[in-house]
Ligand binder design. Structure first.
Ligand SMILES: C[S@@+](CC[C@H](N)C(=O)[O-])C[C@H]1O[C@@H](n2cnc3c(N)ncnc32)[C@H](O)[C@@H]1O
Length: 227
């Protein structure tokens, strides 16, 4: 029997959840998603073109647009229903285009000063994703990746494990979120995204930096292309 790859989880997690995603991500992270996104935005340099990969419902995309109103922003996601929610939030002054594409086979007609992504690394093949980012990055450009990590501290880990047991039970009352609450903890425990992406970024000549957030429950990895 074929084992499920992280990418197989993408339609399972996202095909049915777009309408409630914004509320669920905020409540299930106890509002930390907002703080994490603020930390991501702090790392974006003032620049002309920004790509938000796996933009989902556009939570981060619109925050970037508010901070950098002069920048041209592109949001890309593989799930149409998430993009539809993002499109409904668009206001006339926003300089954002939303496109449906698979980040691992990204083919856009332009290069960007900054590529940012929240919650995609664990679903993708690190080499494929970084190669696509490199092909779309301008000289001196920056790649900023954020995702969940499994905490290292024994007590935080215990609390984290218990919390996901509670979410798993809650999933029985929220059928559309059931597989997310059941399978996400396994994926986060098994992913080595931070180490793997950093290694590949370095092999591509990027200067990397890590930031751990909220007792190592998530992390930001930044890679700067020098030239
Ligand atoms: C948890 S949501 C995060 C959305 C948004 N970045 C945020 O922080 O709110 C993950 C998103 O990744 C998208 N995604 C997963 N794999 C992808 C891929 N290979 N290419 C493009 N989007 C992908 C899903 O469709 C989903 O919208």
């Amino acid at each position: 029997m074929k084992t499920e790859s992280p990418k197989d989880l993408v339609p399972k997690f996202f095909d049915e959840t777009s309408q409630t995603y914004d509320r669920i991500v905020n409540t299930t992270t106890f509002g930390k998603d907002k703080y994490w996104k603020k930390e991501i935005i702090k790392k974006i340099p003032s620049c002309k073109t920004i790509l938000d990969l796996a933009c989902g419902t556009g939570i981060l995309t619109f925050q970037i647009a508010e901070k950098f109103p002069e920048s041209q922003i592109t949001g890309v996601d593989i799930t149409e229903s998430y993009l539809n929610v993002a499109l409904r939030k668009m206001l006339p002054h926003h300089k954002i285009s939303f496109l449906k594409q698979d980040a691992e086979s990204l083919a856009l007609e332009q290069k960007f000063d900054c590529i940012v992504s929240s919650y995609i690394p664990k679903y993708c093949n690190p080499k494929d994703l970084i190669m696509k980012c490199m092909n779309h990055l301008k000289p001196n450009g920056v790649i900023i990746l954020h995702d969940f990590t499994y905490p290292k501290n024994r007590i935080v880990r215990m609390l984290w494990d218990v919390y996901f047991v509670v979410l798993n039970v809650l999933g029985y009352f929220m059928p559309k979120w059931r597989s997310v609450f059941a399978d996400l903890p396994k994926l986060i425990r098994s992913t080595r995204w931070l180490e793997d992406y950093e290694e590949i970024m370095k092999s591509c000549g990027l200067k990397t930096k890590r930031q751990s957030l909220t007792w190592n429950c998530s992390a930001i990895l930044t890679g700067i292309k020098k030239i």
